[in-house]
Ligand binder design. Structure first.
Ligand code: IPD
Ligand code: CA
Ligand code: CA
Length: 255
């Protein structure tokens, strides 16, 4: 049953991605949400409408928690099947660069991170997996990335955390091989999965974290809250996704 859901969700994501790329070169409206650099477009909302509509057909009894509010009003419990949806991640990049953005979904079952999907939109690469099936980039199985330690690894840290010197993160950047900021949790998560980055640190909302968490844990990577609290996937978390040695190096510096 989960195999059939997975198959249908992959087909859905590929279709939504094609239509996102087509609409990107046409006319769409852009609005601000909480501030001048927090954007939403008509494409975010249309994607969410399509994804949620199809998820209701694919997995009829599931709850849906989605960023732009078209899902279930109140998702307060992780009981049963819960889909977590980011219909367009990296909206600022989408608008400014027409590059470096994605679409993300996750399925939690009774609180367990179970299936994760991250579509790298421009490259049309779908990262997917979980449920002890492994992690795949399209049809190719990913292996766990090499664990090189912080000095030999690039790290991505979201810019507000560096600018506000949260948790001594500028010090972490100084100890890394280099600092990168892509402006899309989707792109940063997939770069940790492939080993291009040794770590990604950001303050993430449920839809930014849930899909990457499933895939990273499936690959044996560390997904931890920097302040030591347990991750609560229904709220926001300051999290680290990293290989084991890089995580140890970072947690030593942020203490
Ligand atoms: C944002 C991006 C960004 C991250 C923010 C997210 P959105 O997602 O992933 O990189 O730093 O926390 O909100 O709003 O473009 O879906
Ligand atoms: Ca997002
Ligand atoms: Ca989004």
């Amino acid at each position: 049953m989960l195999e059939e859901i997975d198959h249908q969700v992959q087909t859905l994501l590929r279709r939504v991605n094609q239509s996102t790329l087509q609409r990107m070169s046409g006319h769409y409206r852009v609005a601000t949400k909480t501030s001048y650099n927090d954007l939403v477009t008509t494409i975010d909302r249309q994607n969410e409408q399509t994804i949620n509509h199809d998820l209701r057909r694919i997995d009829p009894n599931a709850q849906i928690l989605s960023e732009e509010g078209i899902g279930d009003d109140q998702v307060t419990s992780l009981r049963g099947h819960v889909w977590i949806v980011d219909p367009l991640d990296g909206t600022l990049n989408f608008v400014k660069q027409h590059d470096h953005f994605g679409i993300m979904l996750a399925l939690y079952i009774d609180g367990q991170p179970t299936l994760g999907y991250i579509m790298d939109s421009i490259n049309n690469d779908l990262y997917h997996g979980g449920n002890q099936w492994g992690v795949f980039k399209n049809d190719t199985r990913l292996t766990s990335p090499a664990d090189l330690g912080l000095h030999a690894s690039l790290v991505a840290i979201s810019s507000p955390l560096i600018l506000r010197n949260v948790a001594r993160l500028p010090l972490v950047a100084q100890h890394a091989s280099g600092l990168r900021m892509y402006g899309s949790a989707a792109m940063e998560m997939t770069s940790v999965l492939t080993g291009e980055l040794g770590a990604y640190i950001s303050y993430l909302r449920p839809w930014d974290l849930a899909p990457g968490r499933v895939l990273a844990e499936e690959l044996g990577l560390v997904v931890k809250s920097i302040d030591g609290d347990r991750i609560d996937v229904l709220s926001s978390n300051l999290v680290l996704v990293a290989t084991k040695r890089v995580a140890q190096d970072i947690l030593r510096l942020t203490k």
